[in-house]
Design a protein around this ligand. Structure first.
Ligand code: ATP
Length: 315
């Protein structure tokens, strides 16, 4: 069957919808014939990817940002659960952030995306799975391919999601980050981590803690430069509970990976982690960011599905 391109026309502030027809010809020259489906609403890509995999497509390409990739990954994982579909994932990055393609080392150029699809190699990656509570308190679950964080990141995502769609990209994200930072609270969190069959419990106080399959989040922040998407473990990076000015200084180091040298920052490894918020009065400001989406809140149970998905990456 022909490859399917799932296009999020709203990605990159709506530019993808306008630009995609112009991209189709160069993609076709490299990939050959393909089919296209444009998403019509949020989470539509989950259904499109699942149906494509169950129909036996060998390759499904997410054309959009990290949110689009997250949805396509969820569709492919759902298909895998309900059958033995083993569809490969491809990427053509068209978003504002591009954190997952940075993790995979794909340069943001159409010819590089096409080269990875046509002549690349398959990398079989681990995928995270999380059980959580949505903003109305209902139990929910999702897969994630990159990073899940608790605390400040989810609050920033929520501010971004509530901004008018006309707000400009970089500046609007910066404003949401400042607002999130000033409104953020320190969570007292009970964590149960399991690594190689051994479970240990610890209580942490943190403004932001990230559970990382990939390396980069927040539009280029190298929260876990040591992470490998196919090593069977999560890197857990806790940015600590220092007062705001010191927290900001440590966070600036996340752009280069320097934060890991700070005494405020803790690093753990696990295949599974359960987290429960002890100071429930901060629950509205201590939120989940799952691959950049503000999905809900604690308590959570996160587990790693090893070698779950084949992704096309540069040769
Ligand atoms: N037709 C649609 N109408 C409205 N929203 C949509 C539609 N299709 C997809 N979406 C939503 O658009 C959101 C953003 O998508 P995506 O992440 O692909 O782009 P981005 O935000 O520009 O990139 P990045 O996440 O890399 O910054 C996702 O939450 C997705 O559910």
């Amino acid at each position: 069957m022909r490859p399917l391109l799932i296009v999020n026309p709203r990605s990159a502030g709506g530019k993808t919808g306008q630009l995609f027809d112009g991209l189709a010809d160069p993609i076709r020259r490299s990939l050959g014939d393909f089919d296209v489906q444009r998403t019509e609403h949020p989470r539509h890509a989950v259904d499109l990817a699942r149906e494509a995999a169950l129909a036996g497509r060998e390759l499904v390409v997410a054309v959009g940002g990290d949110g689009c990739i997250h949805e396509v990954v969820n569709g492919l994982m759902q298909a895998r659960k309900s059958g033995d579909a083993r569809t490969r994932l491809g990427l053509i990055g068209q978003g504002t952030g591009g954190d997952f393609r940075r993790t995979l080392g794909i340069e943001h150029r159409l010819d590089q995306y096409c080269a990875a699809l046509k002549h690349g190699r398959i990398r079989t990656i681990d995928v995270g799975h999380v059980r959580y509570h949505d903003h109305e308190g209902r139990p929910a679950e999702t897969y994630f391919m990159n990073i899940l964080s608790v605390g400040l990141g989810g609050l920033v995502d929520q501010h971004v999601a509530r901004m008018p769609k006309t707000a400009g990209g970089g500046l609007a994200y910066f404003a949401a980050s400042v607002r999130g930072l000033l409104g953020s609270r320190i969570g007292r969190v009970r964590c149960r981590l399991t690594l190689k069959g051994e479970t240990r419990e610890m209580d942490v106080e943190t403004r932001q803690l990230a559970i990382c399959n990939g390396r980069v989040f927040g539009g280029g922040m190298q929260i876990a430069p040591m992470a490998e998407v196919d090593d069977g473990v999560f890197e857990v990076v806790d940015l600590g509970s220092s007062p705001l000015p010191r927290f900001v200084a440590v966070s600036v180091g996340v752009y280069s990976g320097r934060h890991l040298r700070s005494a405020d920052v803790q690093h753990h490894r696990c295949e599974r982690i359960e987290m429960e918020l002890l100071n429930k009065d901060v629950a509205d400001r201590f939120l989940l960011d799952v691959d950049g989406e503000p999905l809900g809140r604690l308590p959570i149970e996160v587990s790693l599905v090893p070698r779950a998905l084949d992704v096309m990456v540069p040769a």
